[in-house]
Design a protein around this ligand. Sequence first.
Ligand SMILES: Cc1cc2nc3c(=O)[nH]c(=O)nc-3n(C[C@H](O)[C@H](O)[C@H](O)COP(=O)(O)OP(=O)(O)OC[C@H]3O[C@@H](n4cnc5c(N)ncnc54)[C@H](O)[C@@H]3O)c2cc1C
Length: 447
Amino acid sequence: MQFDAIILGAGPAGLSIAHELQRAGANVKILESSDRVGGSIRTVRDGEWIIETGPNTLQTEGDADLEILNGYGLKNEMQFARTESAKRFILSHGKLHALTAHPSSLLRSDLLSFTEKLRLASEIFRPRKSIPEESIQDFMTRRFGKAAADLLMDPMVSGIYAGNPGELSMASCFPAIHALEKSHRSILLGLMQRAKMERRIVGFKNGMQQLADAMAKPHLERGALEKNTRITEIKKGGATWTVSWVDQTNTSHTATSTRVIITLPHWHWSQLPLSEKIKHTLNPWHQAKAPSVTVVARGYNRSDIPHPLDGFGYLVPSNENREVLGCLFPSSVFSGRTPKDKVLLCSFIGGARRPDLAAQSDEQIGRSVDRELSETLGIKNSPVKEWIQRWPQAIPQYDSKQSTREKLLEQIESEHGGLHFLGAFRHGVALMSVIRRGHTLAQWLSR
Ligand SMILES: Cc1cc2nc3c(=O)[nH]c(=O)nc-3n(C[C@H](O)[C@H](O)[C@H](O)COP(=O)(O)OP(=O)(O)OC[C@H]3O[C@@H](n4cnc5c(N)ncnc54)[C@H](O)[C@@H]3O)c2cc1C
C-alpha cells in the first residue's frame, strides 16, 4: 500500500490535515489508536441532554475560519453563541463581576479600583521592552499592573490552559498579543485595531462531536481511517517512509509514503517506534507538562438556581484560593442542550494550580463543586444529573522551555524530510487554531 501521506492521530489536527490533503487529490491514510475519532472533543448525548466534556466551543476569527467549517458540510449545523452570553464573570472576593469584550465594561465594573484602572489605562504610554521568555504574569504586570494581571489575565490563562501564568511563556501562549508590543508599542492600541476582526463563538447542534464526525466521515467511508491501531514501525529508506501497524484483530499491515504526519499529543510520543536519533532529540518533550483536569458537568432544575446565568460562565483568579477553576453555563450559550426547565453547568477542577484535586474521588470532587456552586450561584439543591470526565493529561503547558522544544521539532523536520509534527503541543492549543494550522500545512504539502 502506498499513500501520499500517513497521518498518525484522528483528533482535530489529524482530521483537518487529512481533509485538506484529500481535497487536493491526495491519497491519505489515518491511523488512530483509540476506538473513536475527535481526540479531546467529547460530546455526551444523554436523552435530551447534550454535554461537552472536552471543548465546549471554538472561536472563529474572520470569514476564512467559517469557510473551513463550512467545508466539512456543517453550514446548517453550526450554532453561534447567543448574544446574551457575551458576558463573562470573574470571581473576586467571593462576588461575581460581569465583563464584556467592550473595554467600557471594565471601567464600569468594580473589579478594579480607580487607581488600578488608571494603571491599566496608562499602558498606552508605557515604553517597549523585550524580555526573553518573559512569563505571562511578569509581562502583564509590567504592562498593566499587578491587579490587572491577577484579576484579568490569571483567570483567562486558567480558562484556556488550566495553567499557571507565572510559569507559562507570554510569547509562546499568546504570540499575537505579545507581538503587539513590538508592532504597536502599546498592547491596548494594538488590540483596538485587532478588534475589527469578527470573532464568533461556535458550537454545533449535536455538540462538538458532530464536527469531529463530519471531519472523519469521508475517510471512514473510504476505509482510509483505521481506529484501534497500534503503530509497530516507522522507518525511512531514501525518500520513503515505511509505517507498520497492527489492527484490532492483531493483523499486521505495512504502508509507504513520502510524508508521515504525527498529530498525537506529546505525552504519547514515547510509544512511537521512531529511530533512536529522533527519540533522543525528542527527549526534552518528556518534561513538557500537561496537568490533569476533571470536568464536572451537571444538570439542574432551572428553579433551583437563584443566579440568572446570564453569561458564558465564570472564571476564578488564583488569589481566591478556590478548588474550582471556573464554571461554564453551556445552556445559556446555546439552545437545545437540555430538557425543558433544566440548565447545564460545567465546572473544571485541577490544572497546573492543583493537579492533585483532579485526581480526587468522585465524592470529594462532588463536594468541592457543591460548595463552590452554593457560594457563587446560590445553589442549595442537588443536581438532577451529573457527568464526570477525567483528563489525566489535558492541555499542553507552553512554559519557558517551549520555544526550545519547538526548535527541536523544526530540527527533526529538516533532518528527516517528509516527517511533520502538528497539534496542540505546538503553536496554540485552541481548537480552531489547530484546525486552521492543519489546513495550512496540508496546503503547503500540496504545492
Ligand atoms: C477538557 C478540555 C477542554 C477544552 N476546551 C476547549 C475549548 O473550549 N475551546 C478550544 O478552542 N479548545 C479547547 N480545548 C483544547 C482542544 O480541544 C485541543 O487543543 C485539541 O483538541 C487538540 O487537538 P489535537 O488533534 O492536537 O489533539 P487531540 O485532540 O488530543 O487528538 C489526538 C489524537 O491522537 C490519538 N492518538 C494518541 N496516541 C496515538 C497513537 N499512538 N497512534 C495513533 N493515534 C494516537 C488520540 O487518541 C487522539 O484521537 C480543550 C481541551 C480539553 C482537554
